[in-house]
Design a protein around this ligand. Sequence first.
Ligand SMILES: C[S@@+](CC[C@H](N)C(=O)[O-])C[C@H]1O[C@@H](n2cnc3c(N)ncnc32)[C@H](O)[C@@H]1O
Length: 235
Amino acid sequence: MNGKKILDEQLTYYRARAPEYDEWFMRTGRYDRGPEHRAEWFSEVAILEAAVEPVVKGKQVLELACGTGRWTKYLARWAAHTLAVDAAPEALQINKEQIRAANVDYLEADVFSWLPEKTFDVVFFSFWLSHIPPQRFASFLQMVRRALKPSGHAFFMDSLFEQASTARDHLAIDKSGFAQRKLNDGREFRIVKVFYEPAILEQRLRKDGWHGWVRSTGKFFLYGCMMKPAEIDEQ
Ligand SMILES: C[S@@+](CC[C@H](N)C(=O)[O-])C[C@H]1O[C@@H](n2cnc3c(N)ncnc32)[C@H](O)[C@@H]1O
């Protein structure tokens, strides 16, 4: 399967999944693994929330692959302004309806080809890094760099390699770089899913000149805050 084909299938999946997307985050439906699991999940979500607030407070934020707004909600609350970008009109529609914030603007765009027209204090992307094919990792980060003001920060969060994160009826996750996903109606899709180990991801970004850290919340998530490399050629 070539890179473009799987990215098209991935987007088709997220467009179809938009109305049921939040079941994953809320740990309901096929993601319901009981109260103990849910409590553990949300205690780690609280770590993410606490980390996001000081980074985006009062800032101009670009949110890439914003989805249905699980994190746009917090950006709307804490940031001065957010431009929320996603390629799925279905996700953008839900996001707009749920957030209804005057300080959030929306843009439908494919982040693999879109180039920002202005710069931001923070570029935020949640649960998106793992869906970037490894061969596009460098060009994606180059776009993030271009989107940042000098001394701007990229803040991201993503899934750790944890079987209990996925739906009960999904195949076990593996480290192939791909995942087989199902919708509630049984339709199946193949998507990109790359699991990163926080220390290795941090090392990789530091090698490219980013300054900052990548941490684990314990079991479910990684999150990172990296300052843009100083010596970038902005042309
Ligand atoms: C795993 S979801 C994450 C959504 C959201 N950031 C969150 O944390 O809930 C991935 C998102 O990427 C979007 N997406 C997929 N391919 C895209 C592309 N090429 N350009 C922009 N967004 C894309 C999907 O529509 C979906 O909303």
